[in-house]
Design a protein around this ligand. Structure first.
Ligand SMILES: C=C(O[C@@H]1C=C(C(=O)O)C=C[C@H]1O)C(=O)O
Length: 302
């Protein structure tokens, strides 16, 4: 579970290297969304109080929150959350059974964790959109079998499969969004004096303007649209030759390609920038004025 980004040597704060990790996480997120889109919305797995069986276990959260707790409890024992790029959704996890790995001290100590926001936008905005096709197909099937009752139309009963994939998706989005800390540390050390005035006298807008790279975002969204449309195609091979993918103009029934792009444009990128700014606002916490002055004078790490 340990990210290779820290264990293989090289400069873990190289912006190109960090961006290559973000690019790789696009594939993980897209393929996980394609998997989730095969099941209906199943809204009850995101609502607290639906499953009496969980209440009987003394658990008050939603089915998905229960899956996260159980999964992260086990992963915490395997020291997953001692890695600086892993952030749990569950509070009060057990200690690892193994001694923690000694990671290089790359990030400045911080408590930035935006997982509640990730869980909220994923369950409220993303799941309903990417499962719309499967849900509509299910509704048509149920109507043809004479089943009525709107709440049933979004429910295919695959609560375990859907939540298993949901955990994978939100963990990949969490890693991607919190990688903003490495981006911020890299940009800060590149030119501390550009950031320090807006940290000493907090100015979120100025910090966001400094970390925002519109061309990087534009290229990312173009790449993402092409990836999602390509990955969603059903590849057919005739006489050992790949023929044009079968499917809709922007992909196929596998995934709402525009929905994937919207996920990044409306949620993942803005939240990554929020993490970058929040990290920067605490970058000088605990430093003496002398240390801050030293940072202001040169691009050397403190
Ligand atoms: C992640 C970076 O910082 C910002 C956030 C981006 C994102 O979330 O994709 C892209 C560019 C920047 O606006 C970066 O500079 O690579």
């Amino acid at each position: 579970m340990q990210s290779q980004n820290f264990m293989l040597g090289g400069d873990p704060l190289s912006l190109d290297r960090i961006r290559s990790v973000l690019t790789r996480l696009e594939d993980t997120i897209i393929f996980s969304l394609i998997e989730r889109a095969q099941f209906a919305h199943n809204p009850r797995i995101y609502q607290r109080g639906w499953f009496k069986e969980l209440n009987d276990l003394g658990f008050e959260g939603s089915w998905l929150e229960w899956f996260l707790q159980e999964t992260e409890t086990f992963h915490a024992k395997a020291r997953r959350y001692t890695s600086p790029d892993e952030y749990p959704f569950t509070a009060d996890l057990p200690k690892p059974v193994l001694p923690p790995l000694s990671f290089p001290k790359i990030l400045y100590p911080n408590k930035v964790n935006v997982n509640p926001s990730i869980l909220s936008f994923y369950t409220c905005a993303i799941v309903p959109r990417i499962t719309r096709r499967a849900t509509l197909a299910l509704a048509a099937l149920k109507r043809s079998n004479g089943i009525i009752g709107d709440e049933e139309f979004e429910d295919d009963g695959n609560y375990g499969s859907a939540a298993t994939i949901d955990v994978e998706v939100v963990q990949a989005i969490s890693k991607r969004v919190h990688y903003g800390k490495f981006v911020s540390e890299s940009k800060f050390l590149e030119d501390p004096s550009a950031f320090i005035p807006y940290i000493v006298k907090p100015n979120r807008k100025a910090l966001e303007d400094l970390i925002t790279k519109p061309e990087v975002e534009r290229r990312l969204l173009v790449r993402l649209q092409k990836k999602a449309a390509t990955y969603a195609q059903d590849i057919a091979v005739e006489n050992d030759v790949m023929v044009n993918g079968i499917g809709k103009a922007n992909g196929s029934d596998k995934i709402d390609v525009d929905g994937v792009v919207d996920l990044y444009e409306s949620y993942i990128i803005p939240l990554t920038k929020e993490v970058e700014v929040e990290y920067l606002l605490h970058r000088l916490d605990g430093l003496s004025q002398e240390d801050i002055d030293k940072l202001s004078k040169k691009n050397s790490p403190i």
